[in-house]
Design a protein around this ligand. Structure first.
Ligand SMILES: [Fe+2]
Length: 308
């Protein structure tokens, strides 16, 4: 049995604007939204309870699907680095960026490069030296029976546009990677910030190339897809070459829960090999842990078998 944790959309970095010039772009509207609304939802007390719960959970590896920051301020990238260290060693935690981590264009040396050990592939190739960190995706980390594949859908967009894009080159690399992994006895878990199922979100927030991504997965196969971005639970399926593939979206892990359907949760997958010849290769069960406002702690909320 291997346990995989999944959390997303922490938005846990302090928004400290030392120089107003930092807001002379799309950030101004994000800052307004933070002042009026978002700072009241995403609370450090919930993050502290999350850290406490994770420290007691038997999790072998943790995936974080982006939106660590709010406005992609340079101070937020270094703060997020400290947050990642609280979550665990870079070997035990794998991340992909979200749209807020690419809110505006920021010099690589002051942004994602501070987190690079958390999305470093096991087997570095020439792409690892690429000047654009997006060229380092998909990332691949083998942990126990899992092949954890990370996709980057984050890139700067226009005002009021929270969409994501993978791009043809990343999709090509993904298809080759998934075909190669199919030769090995590994459970292929794809992590991405944006949802990938039809109608999962409004076009202002969607993954622009979700349809070609579903086609790639439909041809090459995967065992599980996990994402964030919507701050809501979403359990769905897409077509794979050998049957349906579960696609699971997790809520924000830091939301205090003024709206019940957004109250903080994180997911734990229990994955084990099936040995019967008629069974799917891997049994995948999902446990959901959620923040309880009364006790101020996370507790068990639901569990179900996704692939049996
Ligand atoms: Fe997002």
């Amino acid at each position: 049995m291997f346990s995989l944790g999944h959390l997303s959309d922490l938005h846990a970095t302090p928004v400290v604007v030392k120089n107003p010039l930092q807001l002379l772009n799309k950030r101004f509207f994000g800052w307004l939204s933070w002042q009026i609304r978002r700072q009241h939802y995403h609370r450090t007390s919930v993050v502290d309870a999350l850290m406490d719960d994770l420290s007691q959970a038997p999790i072998d590896h943790l995936v974080v699907t982006g939106d660590l920051t709010n406005l992609a301020l340079t101070s937020e990238f270094s703060a997020a680095r400290e947050g990642l260290k609280r979550l665990g060693d870079a070997r035990d935690v794998s991340i992909v960026p979200g749209n807020h981590d690419a809110y505006v264009r920021v010099a690589q040396s002051k942004s994602w490069s501070l987190w690079s050990d958390y999305f470093e592939s096991d087997e570095a190739d020439t792409a690892a030296e690429a000047s654009d960190p997006r060229d380092r995706f998909p990332t691949l980390r083998i942990r126990g029976p899992l092949a954890v594949v990370g996709l980057c859908s984050a890139l700067p967009t226009r005002l009021f546009d929270a969409s994501g894009t993978l791009g043809d080159a990343q999709l090509d690399r993904l298809e080759r990677m998934l075909h190669g992994l199919a030769e090995r006895d590994l459970c292929r878990v794809i992590s991405i910030h944006h949802p990938i199922t039809v109608g999962a979100t409004h076009t202002r927030r969607w993954l622009r190339d979700a349809e070609p991504l579903r086609s790639v997965i439909g041809r090459a196969g995967a065992d599980l897809v996990v994402h964030g971005h919507n701050h809501r639970t979403l359990i769905a399926e897409i077509a794979g070459p050998n049957g349906a593939i579960p696609v699971v979206g997790v809520r924000s892990a830091s939301d205090i829960g003024q709206r019940e359907e957004r109250r903080a949760q994180y997911h734990v997958y229990e994955i084990e090999r099936n040995h019967g010849s008629d069974d799917p290769r891997f049994r995948i069960a999902l446990r959901i842990r959620g923040y309880d406002r009364d006790s101020g702690r996370f507790c068990a909320e639901d569990e179900r078998v996704l692939v049996g």
